[in-house]
Design a protein around this ligand. Structure first.
Ligand code: FAD
Length: 297
């Protein structure tokens, strides 16, 4: 009788979870280890979650896993990039040449939860949350982990170990420490901060729907992607330091002045500026205590 392959996957982000589903359907037994708490039962991480823009490749992957139709109601079609110049004007740059050539906006948190829900339906997948992987012994297929709650440590084994633990992969670093590979991480000088632009009263769209809105400003930009409820998830990408950086947005007044000067048409359309701008300020505080920037992707 053929034995069932046992695979350990580290990281239950979109890649690790989708891979777990596809491998389980192909007959493998999966252990999926994730550092964070189970997102189905914990509040969504706010501030850095960002919407994802799914193009043909991402949609094909979801279709291959049989999840595309389940996730369709969570998606909003984006037909092009709507640019916003300093005077609030700008063209819509279509993504394709034909009407059906569009991309889809989806909440990263909702996508991840939907994937985890689908994985939970498959008995061949064992998911363990709150378990941070620290090291891997590649020849033995042993992954060492630590419980984020009580600090307990242990080992998970697999005939194959797959590192899907993101841009700052701990497993990649562990392999580099063991001399199995050479790794180099280049940190970006920019940081980002997500905030919500709510729907207008009655659920009307806050900005023109079906577009990815971009306020391009050379060294920085604001983007906003639509949500099914008429709101938009906006993300400000800005240098961490400098006069035009998060560090300079030290007060809500400074952040307000920054928006008024650089993103004037975004300020009134947000209508939530008084609530959201202090949140941008918080991102700059966190950034300055966090040490070096996030790894480049
Ligand atoms: C600002 C920004 C905007 C982006 N926009 C888009 C977009 O519009 N469209 C698009 O397709 N892509 C976009 N991307 C890229 C996209 O986010 C990544 O390609 C995607 O998140 C990669 O998925 P992943 O599962 O490999 O990694 P991640 O999403 O990073 O997931 C890794 C998982 O591993 C877990 N983990 C980390 N370390 C450990 C550990 N030691 N032990 C256990 N678990 C661990 C993490 O908690 C996380 O759940 C964007 C990226 C950024 C930074």
């Amino acid at each position: 009788m053929q034995s069932i392959p046992r695979i350990a996957i580290v990281g239950a982000g979109p890649v690790g979870t989708l891979l777990a589903i596809m491998l389980a359907r192909a007959g493998c037994e999966i252990c999926l280890l994730e550092r964070r708490a189970d997102p189905r039962h914990s509040p969504a991480e706010s501030g850095r979650s960002i919407n994802l823009a799914l193009a043909a490749r991402g949609l094909a992957a979801l279709e291959g896993a049989g999840l595309l139709e389940r996730l369709r109601p969570e998606m909003v079609e984006m037909r092009g990039r709507q640019l916003h110049d300093l005077d609030g004007q700008g063209p819509l740059l279509p993504y394709g040449q034909r009407p059906q050539e569009v991309i889809q906006a989806i909440s990263r948190a909702r996508l991840n939860i939907a994937l985890i829900e689908a994985a939970a339906e498959l008995p061949a997948i064992r998911m363990v949350f709150g378990r941070r992987c620290l090291d891997v012994e590649p020849l033995l297929g042993r992954v060492q982990w630590q419980d984020e709650g009580n600090g307990a440590t242990g080992v998970e084994t697999g005939e194959l170990v797959i590192a899907a633990d993101g841009a700052g992969s701990a497993l990649r670093q562990a392999l580099a420490n063991r001399g199995a590979l050479q790794a180099r991480e280049e940190l970006l000088a920019h940081d980002y901060k997500e905030f919500l632009i709510p729907a207008r009263p009655g659920g009307a769209w806050a900005l023109a729907p079906h577009a990815l809105h971009i306020w391009p400003r050379g060294d920085f930009m604001l983007i906003a992607l639509p949500n099914p409820d008429g709101s938009f998830t906006a993300t400000l990408f800005l240098a961490a330091q400098g006069d035009l950086g998060f560090a300079a947005l030290a007060t809500p007044a400074a952040a307000h002045a920054f928006f008024a000067a650089q993103l004037p048409d975004a300020l009134p359309c947000c209508r939530i500026s008084r609530r959201s701008l202090p949140a941008i300020h918080r991102a700059s505080s966190a950034r300055s205590t966090a040490g070096p920037g996030r790894p480049g992707v």
